[in-house]
Design a binder for this molecule. Sequence first.
Ligand SMILES: [Zn+2]
Length: 143
Amino acid sequence: MINADTRLVYPENAKSEAYRTYLEEIEAAKECPFCEAYLMKWKKIPPIKTGKYWLVVPLDFPHENADVHFMFIAKKHVTDIDELPTKAENELFRLRRWLKKKYKLKYGTILMRSGGPETGQTVTHLHAQLVKAKKGVIVLTRI
Ligand SMILES: [Zn+2]
């Protein structure tokens, strides 16, 4: 049985074999890949912007149909947006606007999961994803 309170990653939800293997290594190490202490141990690409509540980072494993794919990682280890102050919500959307302008995004999808593996999440540490799909492709939920 899956225990959403103690697991940090869900390799079974990985979108590719390479990502599943990577998540299995993280799970074996019992480290949160998005907590500051371990972030650059597990990530290949460093954050491009740091806010008070969020880091903006390119994905190491972008969706195959993504033209642009970034994450907003909560700087504090929380698993739900409700654990952060309202100011964090405001900052998230300010950072989204910053990315939209920087990459001249005319369209995109923003997604945030919480609550456990049933949502398809792979890392429990709160994060949101901004995806601009390649032209002519729709990317909605499997990112
Ligand atoms: Zn964490």
